[in-house]
Design a protein around this ligand. Structure first.
Ligand SMILES: NC(=O)c1ccc[n+]([C@@H]2O[C@H](COP(=O)([O-])OP(=O)(O)OC[C@H]3O[C@@H](n4cnc5c(N)ncnc54)[C@H](O)[C@@H]3O)[C@@H](O)[C@H]2O)c1
Ligand SMILES: O=c1ccn([C@@H]2O[C@H](COP(=O)(O)OP(=O)(O)O[C@H]3O[C@H](CO)[C@@H](O)[C@H](O)[C@H]3O)[C@@H](O)[C@H]2O)c(=O)[nH]1
Length: 340
């Protein structure tokens, strides 16, 4: 029987696919390849299609014996979600609704869902625990929370068991050197700083240096993408073994400021680049740090690549050897031009 990975050509999805294949799992992927890359797929059977299309879902479930679903397919840019909220509801909420309808129809009753620290909004305490207040500050987080609630009710009525993984800030690349992060446009801090180190950008912008944190910049909990991928394997196995539905934070329980991350990039790459301070970015909470105690206790997961320097080294290795991502040369708007 196969594991269906929705969004398996994306950054995190491709690492989940690689981890499944390393465990000799049969893998089926569905992806509309909006932000994903075919070259990121190291194995499995790939369907090009959109979750909002019930016909392609029907085909995937009919042509394969699907045992469990790992659902990473989503639109996930916080800023974009504020200007296109309805598109985010359509893709993230309606897309998941279609997926759950197909699972119900084809009697598939296990799903692992990619949620986010963004469901918490401004946390009521640090480190954040799963039961803490959830009050998203952006549409992206709101759509993920809506899906979490949908999963709850789908279990009540249809017996679909779920594991919800609330990732904090995912970083780094696979140790095999073949896959890594390649977003266009890139919005994440570590790859952007590396682009500045590679002189693909003129400078690096810090969004807000007036937060009440130790150096005035935002604090985030970074987690290596391979540690994230391993958590998915444990989650699938837990559901296979009759484990209960559950919600887990996925982070390292350590926070680093934006300035600390930029310093780590300068140290690891051995390169200097200019920094500009800009106003705060809309929707950014000051501090997000996970308590991952629950997933450690219940699934025996623990992060193996937790240090910031190791994560930056891992990301640097990928970007240094793949300066244009999966493209072999400068292509597309940002690849050939300097952006600030
Ligand atoms: N990157 C992070 O730090 C982070 C943190 C928290 C949560 N997440 C969540 O993890 C998941 C993966 O994130 P990522 O960074 O790998 O993003 P990504 O954009 O690289 O990957 C998402 C993939 O899903 C596909 N997709 C999107 N909508 C689809 C649809 N309707 N039908 C079929 N395919 C569709 C895209 O084409 C892409 O390949 C997302 O759900 C995201 O919200 C990411
Ligand atoms: O050019 C940049 C880019 C980012 N930042 C800051 O760096 C921090 C991290 O930003 P980013 O890498 O964009 O991640 P987040 O906005 O924290 O969001 C990520 O992490 C969240 C969970 O914490 C997920 O929900 C999101 O999907 C994922 O993109 C934030 O304080 C940003 O303001 C800058 O200062 N300059």
């Amino acid at each position: 029987m196969a594991v269906l990975v929705c969004g398996g050509t994306g950054y995190i999805g491709s690492h989940v696919v690689a981890a499944l294949i390393e465990q000799h799992e049969e893998v089926v992927i569905i992806d509309r390849m909006a932000t994903g890359r075919e070259k990121a797929v190291l194995g499995g059977k790939l369907y090009l299609g959109d979750l909002n299309d019930p016909k392609i879902l029907d085909t995937v479930f009919k042509e394969n014996e699907i045992e469990a679903v790992i659902h990473l397919a989503a639109s996930s840019l916080v800023g974009e979600s504020m200007t296109q909220p309805l598109a985010y509801y359509r893709n993230n909420v309606e897309g998941t609704l279609r997926l759950l309808e197909a699972m119900h129809k084809h009697r598939v009753d296990k799903i692992v869902f990619s949620s986010t620290a963004a469901v918490y909004g401004d946390p009521e305490r640090i480190p954040i625990r799963e039961a803490d207040r959830k009050m998203p500050r952006n549409t992206y987080g709101e759509t993920k929370l809506a899906v979490e609630r949908m999963l709850h009710w789908a279990e009540q009525a249809h017996g679909i068991k779920y594991v919800i993984l609330r990732y904090f800030n995912v970083a780094g690349a696979h140790d095999n050197g073949l896959i890594g992060e390649d977003h266009d446009p890139e919005t994440h801090l570590i790859p952007l700083a590396i682009q500045a180190a590679l002189e693909q950008r003129e400078s690096m912008i810090i969004y807000g240096a007036d937060y009440s944190t130790k150096d005035g910049t935002c604090v985030r909990d970074y987690i290596h993408v391979m540690d994230v991928a391993e958590a998915h394997l444990l989650a699938v196995n837990s559901l296979r073994n009759g484990g209960k539905s559950a919600v887990y934070n996925l982070g390292n329980s350590e926070g680093y400021t934006v300035k600390e991350v930029i310093e780590a990039v300068k140290k690891v790459t051995g390169r200097e680049f200019p920094i500009q301070i800009a106003p705060r970015r809309q929707g950014d909470p000051a501090v997000l740090i996970a308590s991952p105690d629950l997933i450690m206790e219940e699934l025996n997961w623990y992060p193996k690549r937790g240090s910031l320097e190791k994560m930056v080294e891992s990301a640097w290795e990928w970007h240094r050897t793949h300066p244009y991502g999966y493209a072999e040369s400068k292509q597309g708007p940002w690849r050939g031009e300097l952006l600030s």
